[in-house]
Design a protein around this ligand. Structure first.
Ligand code: NAP
Length: 462
């Protein structure tokens, strides 16, 4: 893919970038390896200070960075501001918690014949992050903040349609005072990820993106015996039971399906609604989805901007057309608009059946599938029938239902009376084809650390 910023509102190419030449890439890898040698010896308190400065810089530049995000991928300016604020919080969170997270973990020496034994967490060196465009700052920041706290060095291969956000991040860490080359952006196409990952100076990788990309990077990492975290797609269930507050559940259902213009791995995508409240839910949900304002993402009154890429919009339209052609009903939306830009209206579909492509895959746009169920058991069977298992959502006031959901839903995250969201404080990740490994919290940071066991024997008798 060409590396360039293209406006999702007009389709106009705004800025193009040359890919790194072979020599430039080699130079960056060499620099990363050199930087890793000294950066690993810095103290976590020093790293925390740099992280804090990065947060301050980003906070000062929030308006221009938000505009850049909106320009590159089309989310509303309001949503971009929230993304920047979250990134600032993520930096401050690791600055505050990093020193505690990195403390040695003592163990019982007497049970292993030692005078002292403990686990010490050490950085492993340069880590490659292959990142998607949908949360161009936060997604890359949630790799960068824990990695830099840990004492690792970051190499960012961002999605080809958000190069300016990628370059901004490199600049941000430099301006914050981090040593040279501790965080570098690599402007390369996805075809060159293999070369970088096979390079012996690169110690591990994390990829957030589609299943095909995950398979490729996971296979390469496996063949090199390198650690990899994969955060792939999701088709999160959103289960609504009769005991819940319907007004609130429908409000959050709309948000869950449309945040980030419907292009988030953790959007609620499949809505399983109990028959007792199905008609009321569907009427309210469809009305609220239909009332959303679609338009220029810089406009304050806009709720849903365009999709980020032309091909992404084409994929969404193809899923909907396929479903409608096989008997699905569109309560609102369902038609690709004419005109400039890659807009797609909020859409609510019912009568979805397993022969439709969207039933088994992920629709990356504001399209909700609603299913009528007669029990939580049935909702869980349908939810778990999908190959993905990233987030999941239950709306219920019934404690027994909540416990059943927590026990039986096949997902990496189970949210009750809310929608799945990432927080630096708690782990994020999936099961099944949504990938493996965790981001965020101390777990995410320790994915890329050597948990070194230290055993110190008793002093030799005199
Ligand atoms: P994508 O095509 O897989 O792209 C993601 C990144 O991977 C980009 O940097 C891309 O580079 C690179 N890439 C693509 N194919 C590759 C390959 N074969 N080898 C190495 N790198 C490769 O994904 P997308 O369609 O843009 O993003 C949407 C997907 O990401 C959705 O499935 C969504 O659910 C998932 N996602 C998951 C999470 C999560 O945390 N689980 C979060 C956000 C998004 P180029 O841009 O140069 O092609």
């Amino acid at each position: 893919m060409a590396i360039r910023t293209t406006s999702p509102v007009t389709g106009e190419v705004l800025k193009s970038f040359d890919e790194l030449t072979a020599d430039q890439l080699e130079d960056k890898l060499a620099r990363a390896a050199t930087a890793a040698e000294s950066y690993r010896l810095t103290t976590v308190d020093q790293r925390a200070e740099w992280l804090g400065r990065a947060a301050d810089h980003l906070e000062k530049e929030a308006d221009s960075v938000s505009e850049l995000i909106t320009t590159e991928m089309g989310k509303t300016y309001r949503a971009a501001q929230e993304e920047v604020a979250k990134s600032v919080h993520g930096l401050r969170f690791y600055a505050a918690e990093g020193p505690a997270y990195l403390k040695d973990l003592p163990a019982d020496a007497s049970r292993v014949g030692a005078k002292k034994t403990y686990v010490t967490y050490q950085p492993i060196g340069p880590v490659l992050a292959v990142m998607p465009w949908n949360l161009p700052l936060w997604q890359a920041m949630r790799f960068a903040a824990p990695a830099l706290t840990a004492g690792n060095v970051g190499l960012l291969k961002h999605a080809s349609n958000v190069p300016q956000t990628a370059l901004y991040m490199e600049q941000l860490f430099r301006d914050a005072g981090f040593p040279d080359d501790v965080f570098q952006t690599l402007l390369i196409s996805s075809g060159r990820v293999e070369q970088v990952l096979r390079d012996e100076r690169v110690k591990a990788a994390t990829l957030t993106g589609s299943e095909p990309a995950g398979k490729s990077v996971g296979t390469i990492a496996g063949s090199e015996i390198k650690r990899v975290v994969l955060e792939l797609g999701g088709s999160d269930p959103f289960i609504v039971m009769p005991s819940t507050n319907l007004e609130r559940a429908t409000d959050v259902a709309v948000l869950a399906r449309t945040l980030n213009n419907g292009q988030s791995c953790i959007n609620g995508k499949r809505f399983f609604v109990h028959a007792d409240i199905y008609d009321a839910f569907v009427a309210s949900f469809a009305a609220k989805m239909g009332a959303l304002v679609v338009g220029d993402p810089m406009d304050e009154s806009t709720d849903v901007g365009p999709l980020a890429t032309e091909s992404g919009r084409g994929d969404v339209a193809a899923y909907v057309d396929d479903a409608l052609g096989k008997g699905a009903k569109a309560l609102v939306g369902g038609k690709r608009p004419e005109g400039a830009g890659w807009f797609y209206p909020p859409t609510v579909l019912t009568d979805i059946t397993p022969d439709m492509n969207m039933y088994h895959e992920e629709v990356f746009g504001p399209v909700a599938q609603v299913f009528r169920v007669t029990s939580l058991q049935q909702a869980l069977e349908l939810a778990n029938g999908h190959p993905y298992g990233l987030g999941s959502n239950l709306w219920s006031e019934d404690e027994a239902e909540r416990q059943m959901f927590i026990r039986d839903v096949e997902s990496g995250m189970a949210f009750i009376n809310g929608h799945t969201t990432s927080y630096p404080e708690i782990p994020f990740g999936g099961v099944k084809r949504s990938g493996y490994g965790r981001e965020l919290s101390d777990l995410g940071m320790k994915e890329f650390m050597n948990a070194k066991t230290v055993w110190i024997g008793p002093d030799a008798p005199a």
